[in-house]
Ligand binder design. Structure first.
Ligand SMILES: NC(=O)c1ccc[n+]([C@@H]2O[C@H](COP(=O)([O-])OP(=O)(O)OC[C@H]3O[C@@H](n4cnc5c(N)ncnc54)[C@H](OP(=O)(O)O)[C@@H]3O)[C@@H](O)[C@H]2O)c1
Length: 272
């Protein structure tokens, strides 16, 4: 059965690779990107609809959600894949630290604004997280904006951990109504990720190391596709975080409900 699948961060990297494979398999894919030219190029190549939004501007995320809800009354899968590690600390016009906003607040907002459609569709939400959630997060609910002890790597780890906690909350709050959610680490991917980041990760991605030792976006996309179009017997646990096909525990304070409340308050969402 063809599925309607919305993928953010589909203008490049593993999102674009997943979109190509899903279209080849006969699914209806909606490509979302930041760069208009790159997003349109992928959509034109695949013959699918596309939408453009910069997650560093929450107004654009709200517009994107409205466009998606208008054009797609049924969404089987929302893949929150867009993400980036940045450099020097920057605050967006919305007033949030940019890594926190792009990697966590924006997908939280998009998902919540689409929640009626997702619930009616008994949809799956897939979050591209990272092992940075385990390795470099130091989550502090009193400093969600990473104002104290900022580093690009820590801010990125915090946002990816927030996605893992968000995934569990989506499950706890809405699985009873048919919604499923899962988060995963794609592994190291030889993509354009981090190339402009002034951080140790950016320095690494500007060397030949990723091209020589990391997997291709096509291969990484398989980590994503195992949730979107699981082969028979390839089940997964809703609410969980996966690395390499295995559910993993991320050691973190049990602050998922408090993070949810804090996030809805920051975004002015009234849904509890
Ligand atoms: N590469 C790795 O080794 C690795 C490891 C762990 C996790 N991840 C995660 O995997 C996901 C995909 O990364 P990738 O490796 O495919 O990287 P990529 O090639 O750099 O692709 C990133 C995608 O995110 C979009 N994006 C970046 N900033 C955005 C913003 N402000 N607003 C909206 N969209 C934005 C990009 O849009 P444009 O191209 O249109 O600007 C692009 O489509 C990310 O969430 C990343 O954190 C990657």
């Amino acid at each position: 059965m063809p599925k309607t699948i919305v993928i953010t961060g589909a203008s490049d990297g593993l999102g674009a690779a997943a979109a190509r494979q899903l279209v080849a398999d006969g699914h209806r894919v909606v490509v979302v990107g930041r760069s208009e030219a790159k997003t349109k190029a992928v959509a034109d190549e695949l013959g699918v609809r596309c939408f453009v939004a910069d997650f560093a501007d929450l107004h654009q995320v709200r517009t994107l959600a409205a466009q998606l809800a208008e054009h797609f009354p049924h969404i089987d899968v929302l893949v929150n894949n867009a993400g980036a590690i940045l450099g020097e600390r920057r605050v967006t016009a919305d007033g949030f630290e940019e890594t926190f906003q792009v990697n966590y607040l924006a997908p939280f907002l998009l998902t919540n604004l689409l929640l009626d459609t997702l619930l009616a569709s008994r949809a799956l939400v897939v979050q591209t997280s990272s092992n940075a959630a385990r390795l470099s997060a130091r989550l502090d609910l009193d400093d969600l904006d990473n104002a104290r002890n900022y580093s690009p790597v820590r801010a990125y780890g915090n946002a990816k951990l927030q996605l893992v906690l968000f995934t569990r909350q989506l499950h706890d709050r809405y699985h009873g109504q048919g919604l499923s959610a899962v988060a995963f680490h794609p592994g190291g991917v030889a993509s354009n990720f981090a190339r402009t980041s002034r951080s140790p990760v950016g320095s690494l991605f500007r060397t030949p190391v990723p091209r020589l030792f990391f997997q291709s976006p096509d291969k990484a996309a398989r980590q994503l596709l195992r949730f979107v179009t699981p082969a028979s017997g390839d089940g997964f646990e809703s609410g969980a975080y996966y690395e390499n096909g295995t559910a993993r525990t991320v050691k973190a304070p049990p602050v998922g409900p408090q993070l949810w409340e804090a996030t809805t308050a920051l975004l002015g969402l009234d849904r509890k």
